[in-house]
Design a protein around this ligand. Structure first.
Ligand code: ZN
Ligand code: ZN
Length: 174
């Protein structure tokens, strides 16, 4: 959904997004509804987007490879700038670097792709480490058993074959 700069009134544009079409369902599994609200404020060639979103997604644990649900709640602020580029804009490269540092999205037209922006925020809200629980015990490096569910029987043998681990992972992923 595009919001053109000239559609944003002087006192800002407040939107509650009930349409879920923006959610990247092809990349991320979710449970239930996704809620998002944004406020857009315009200042000349800049639009400041402030918003929040919440959604429950299904992730895969890095340690035990089991799926788990996690609620993502994200407040975000993004500065969008429309820069009319021209052949006389010598400092363009330098300008873009500055913009990146300031969390500014450079636009090639005076319109904000709101749905794209929201989808990006979902990925930014993802945890750096995907763990079903902080205390997840993961898989045994020897036999591949899920240590949250069962007791490893291979002991702490130093000679555990890495191929056995891979075999274990394959079984669990099925
Ligand atoms: Zn886990
Ligand atoms: Zn084991």
């Amino acid at each position: 959904m595009k919001v053109r700069f000239d559609e944003i009134p002087a006192d800002g544009l407040r939107l509650t997004i009930t349409d879920e079409a923006w959610f990247p369902d092809h990349e991320l599994e979710r449970r239930g509804k996704v809620a998002a609200a944004v406020v857009l404020r315009r200042d000349g060639n800049r639009v400041f987007v402030e918003g929040s979103l919440s959604v429950t997604v299904v992730l895969t644990c890095d340690r035990c490879l089991e799926p788990f649900a996690r609620e993502l709640v994200e407040d975000f602020q993004v500065d969008c700038e429309f820069a009319e580029s021209g052949p006389f804009l010598d400092g363009a490269d330098e300008h873009e670097i500055d913009a990146a540092e300031m969390d500014t999205i450079m636009l090639d037209e005076p319109a904000v792709e709101l749905y794209e922006l929201l989808a990006e925020q979902v990925f930014l809200a993802m945890p750096a480490r995907m763990l079903c629980a902080d205390e997840c015990r993961g898989l045994c490096s020897g036999c591949g058993i899920d240590l949250n569910k069962g007791q490893c029987r291979c002991g702490t043998k130093e000679s555990a074959s890495p191929f056995k681990v891979l075999a274990g992972l394959k079984d669990i992923k099925k």
